[in-house]
Structure formats: C-alpha cells, structure tokens
Design a protein around this ligand. Structure first.
Ligand code: NDP
Ligand code: 8X3
Length: 253
C-alpha cells in the first residue's frame, strides 16, 4: 500500500493512537508535532511493529511558514500519496470565567485550534484535490456543540471547527473529498495536563469517579469512518463516555 495518512498532533493522545491503528492496517504515516523526542519515539515504535513507511515533521501549527516549509520538504511522491488528513493538533489552556481569562491562553487556543487547522488544511488540500478523492477529519469536541461553565474560548474554537467542517464539506464535495467532524466528550489523554498547565492533581481530578474515553476509542472510530466505501461519508460524530450526558452533566459515582 502506498497511501499516506497525515496526522497533526501525533505525539500523544488521539493522534498517536490514530497512527497506530492506521499503521496496523497498512497505512504509511506522516506524523507531526512539536516535540522531536516524542516524534522519534512514536516513529520507532511504528516502524518496529508494522511494515510501513513513517515520515516525521516537526512544526508548530500556529506558524504558517513552518507549516508550509515542513510540508514542502516531503517528496512529491509522498505528498501525492496523501489520502487522509487528520486535523487533530489542539488544546485547551485554562478554564474559568471570561472576565478573568488570560489573553495569552485565548491566543494559544485560537491560533492552534482554528488558525493552525486552517494552515495545515490549505497546504494539504491541493494533493487531495489532485487525486480527486480524500478524507479530512477535524477534531472538534462536545465543546463545539455545547458551551459549559468556564469553557468560553475553548468552546468558541471548537464551535469554529464544527463550522469549518461543514464549510469544507460544501467547498470540497466537487473533488470527492469527504469531511468528518469528530466531537468527543471527556477523554483521558494529556489534554487536561496541558489545560491545567502541568498541574497533575487537577488534571487527574477531571476523570475522578467515572470512566472517561481513552485515545483508542477515538482512533478506532476514526479508522472505522475512514474505512467505509467511497460512496459513504459519515459527516459528524459525537462520542461520549457513557457517564457523560452532555458537556456539563457527568454522573460521578
Ligand atoms: P493531547 O494533549 O494528548 O494531544 C494533543 C496533540 O496536539 C499533541 O500531539 C501535541 O503535540 C499537539 N499540539 C498541540 N499544540 C500544537 C501546536 N501548536 N503545533 C503542533 N502540534 C500541537 O490531547 P488529545 O489527544 O486529547 O487532543 C487531540 C485533539 O482532540 C485536540 O484538538 C483536542 O482539543 C481534541 N479533543 C480532546 C478531548 C479530550 O477530552 N481529550 C475531547 C474532545 C476533543 P506537541 O505538544 O508535540 O506539539
Ligand atoms: C475536550 C472535552 O469537555 O473538556 O474537548 O471540553 S471538554
């Protein structure tokens, strides 16, 4: 198989789990993120376990020049073999009322979750268009469907992802490019550690008293959606832990 899947945020959580499940099924992987040590570690694991090719690209999705330079550095053969883009890199930073919000936190979320997703999409879409097929997965969130206390700017960025998924679907349908919005509820990855700026106790407390999703749950769903026949598209999926009824209603034992 010569097909490549391009994964942003492949150094942990959903992105890393996606890399494994696609590799297990014979896909070649373009793994991206900012942490070079993690890129190397995940890449080595993939190469040792599966008979596939792995390309790693280290860049910050917020930096347009870095995004374009990194993608340009791939060989023409690899670029033209990209069939799936998983726009997964993203984060929440902080959680609290709007009036006490930290501007730098807001900018990090807006620049990563919205602008970064746009920069990568713009750079990859020409290759999907050329192939007259392809599939883009955007990692939205239940926070892109509902708003919860203290979620303000993060929720706004994920609502933007939801809107962009709908817009991309309209703009790219003529090229037979599928667009799927994935909207998970609470999943135990590095997400909360990042959100609470390294405070492990607060991060762990998010998942106390109920069974959260794990990265594998999301990766399995994405792989299932990606492996439907060409004439079938799954547009939008909300995936929740059974204990979570809505963004703000969690049944904790
Ligand atoms: P993780 O923190 O485990 O992974 C986030 C990934 O994004 C990392 O690989 C990180 O790589 C990458 N990333 C973050 N910022 C940048 C950046 N500026 N440039 C490049 N890469 C970046 O979190 P999850 O796996 O949980 O999150 C993945 C996506 O899913 C996010 O978009 C998140 O908002 C969304 N989501 C998460 C949920 C959850 O409860 N966990 C629920 C719903 C949606 P590196 O640090 O190496 O750059
Ligand atoms: C992450 C899930 O509920 O913390 O997108 O916003 S939540």
């Amino acid at each position: 198989m010569n097909k490549f899947v391009f994964i942003t945020g492949g150094t942990s959580g959903f992105g890393e789990a996606c890399a494994h499940i696609f590799a297990q099924n014979g896909w070649n992987i373009i793994l991206t993120g900012r942490r070079t040590d993690r890129l190397e570690k995940v890449s080595k694991e993939l190469i040792s376990k599966y008979t596939i090719k792995v390309e790693t690209l280290c860049f910050d999705v917020r930096e347009l020049n870095e995004v374009n330079r990194a993608i340009d550095s791939l060989s023409e053969n690899v670029k033209s073999s990209i069939e799936i883009l998983i726009n997964n890199a993203g984060l929440a930073v902080g959680r609290g009322p709007i009036d006490t919000g930290v501007i730098d936190d807001w900018e990090r979320m807006i620049d990563t979750n919205i602008k970064g997703l746009l920069y990568v999409t713009k750079a990859i879409v020409p290759y999907l268009k050329n192939n007259k097929k392809g599939h883009i997965f955007n990692l939205g969130s239940i926070a892109g469907k509902e708003v919860y206390p203290g979620g303000n700017v993060y929720c706004a960025t994920k609502h933007a992802v939801d809107a962009l998924s709908k817009a991309m679907r309209i703009d790219l349908v003529q090229y037979r490019i599928k667009v799927t919005n994935i909207a998970p509820g609470a999943a135990n990855t590095e997400f909360s550690l990042v959100r609470f700026k390294g405070d492990q106790t607060t991060a762990d407390s998010v998942y106390d008293g109920f069974e959260p999703l794990v990265a594998q749950d999301i990766a399995e769903t994405i792989y299932f959606v990606a492996s439907r026949p060409q004439h079938v598209t799954i547009n939008d999926l909300v995936i929740m832990p059974t204990a979570q009824a809505s963004a703000a209603v969690l049944w904790k034992e």
